[in-house]
Design a protein around this ligand. Structure first.
Ligand SMILES: [Zn+2]
Length: 59
């Protein structure tokens, strides 16, 4: 049985998202099972590279 994890995607102006590492679905909460692909999830992993707005995206 495969497993995956949530990748926490932090936004400055919007609530955080959690991205499924198996199917790339984004959810507002780190569910125990991905509602998109049904994969059992391990702990969420924080990846600061997703803080895209902080890089001056709108300037
Ligand atoms: Zn998924």
């Amino acid at each position: 049985m495969k497993s995956a994890h949530w990748i926490q995607r932090t936004h400055l102006f919007r609530p955080d998202e959690y991205i499924c590492s198996a199917c790339d679905a984004s959810c507002k909460k780190p569910y125990k099972v991905c509602p998109s692909c049904g994969t059992t999830m391990k702990k969420a992993k924080y990846d600061s590279s997703w803080v895209d707005e902080a890089e001056g995206f709108y300037t």
